[in-house]
Design a protein around this ligand. Structure first.
Ligand SMILES: CC(=O)N[C@H]1[C@@H](OP(=O)(O)OP(=O)(O)OC[C@H]2O[C@@H](n3ccc(=O)[nH]c3=O)[C@H](O)[C@@H]2O)O[C@H](CO)[C@H](O)[C@@H]1O
Ligand SMILES: [Mn+2]
Length: 314
């Protein structure tokens, strides 16, 4: 599907776009006679926004190989998500996730014995960690922050230089390389990339810890991908978890769960040092020439547990 021309042409057709972001001069999309405006390649606080064409893959690989960089990738596959998504996620990661670098995949699941055995490239290893299933899918999603903090990060701290934390319902489609590595990396949400910031699904309840005053937000980040150095992620996961637990005490659940708390952290507490364009988590709708990771087919009826009626907590 093509993005709405009017949105792009009206709002982004200048050398500095509506968010006060500089536009990258190499990035130009041509469709027939229509020349799309250039996409931003740096945020207003100076963090790079990574698009295909803004980096040299060879150079990035050489640099990180010379440094001996090791990368981690964590993924949760709890309940039916294991059967529906894990194998495709792992197979595609084996092929496309940081193919030039050693990589440790941390799988968090309630069913370690059912983890599919996949072919692993030289330099890739898999560590499976057991987590408890929870009654509500919202809690499975949110409490990932606790398992990341308590189970993954202590290992990652000693084993890897950078870690990515991802949803399992996605598939790598082409090389997702070291250009994506950074101290604290956030993913632009593909579904809101073209949206006016007034339309961002921010938490609007000021009583929630995840509340963001709408005028303070620049981007809407996706909870399905974030990354960085383990020390940065230890802080991120602790702070998001604190917010989630504080909201629970107050009887509040933020509109998009962990994603709302992540957005608050990245908007108000610690700006990301690198931002990934929608190419790095594509929703299959926004028109893009390149993509590296794309959303798998959602099938909530099959994969998500029915919400318990008694309001039980995890
Ligand atoms: C665009 C959109 O709608 N985004 C929201 C939606 O993302 P998603 O619809 O992508 O969430 P999701 O169903 O993929 O759940 C997040 C992740 O948690 C893990 N998982 C979840 C449930 C489960 O039973 N087993 C399991 O392993 C798994 O890694 C999954 O990918 O829902 C999330 C909460 O869940 C967040 O609120 C997101 O903001
Ligand atoms: Mn998902």
């Amino acid at each position: 599907m093509l993005p709405t021309l009017s949105i792009l042409l009206e709002e982004d057709c200048s050398s500095t776009n509506r968010r006060g972001i500089h536009l990258h001069d190499k990035w130009l999309i041509n469709i027939g006679a229509i020349c799309f405006p250039k996409e931003p390649s740096v945020t207003s606080w100076g963090a790079p926004i990574v698009w295909e064409g803004t980096f040299d893959p060879e150079e990035e690989n050489l640099l990180h190989r010379a440094h001996g960089t090791v990368v981690g990738l964590s993924v949760f596959a709890v309940g039916k998500y294991l059967d529906s998504y894990l194998e495709d996620f792992l197979d595609s990661a084996n092929r496309f996730f940081m193919p030039g670098l050693p990589c440790i995949v941390y799988i968090l699941t309630d069913r370690p014995l059912d983890v599919p055995r996949i072919h692993k490239r030289y330099g890739m290893s898999i560590t499976t960690l057991q987590v408890t299933n929870r009654a509500r899918w919202q809690d499975i999603s949110m409490m990932r922050m606790m398992d990341l903090r308590d189970l993954v990060l202590p290992l990652a701290h000693d084993q890897v230089d950078y870690l990515f934390c991802m949803d399992v319902d996605q598939i790598f489609t082409s090389n997702y390389g070291p250009e994506a590595l950074g101290d604290l990396v956030a993913q632009l949400h593909s579904g809101y990339y073209l949206a006016n910031r007034k339309k961002y699904p921010l938490e609007r309840n000021p009583l929630s810890v995840a509340f963001i005053p709408p005028w303070k937000s620049t981007f809407y980040y996706h909870g399905a991908v974030f990354g960085g150095k383990p020390t940065h992620l230890a802080n991120l996961t602790s702070r998001c978890l604190e917010g989630i637990l504080e909201d629970k005490k107050r009887g509040i659940e933020a509109i998009w769960h962990d994603e709302s708390h992540l957005n608050r952290y990245l908007t108000l507490e610690h700006l990301p040092s690198k931002v990934l364009s929608p190419e790095y988590c594509w929703d299959n709708r926004l028109w893009l020439r390149y993509h590296k990771l794309s959303w798998a087919q959602k099938n909530y009826e099959k994969t998500r547990l029915i919400e318990p009626q008694d309001g039980s907590l995890p």
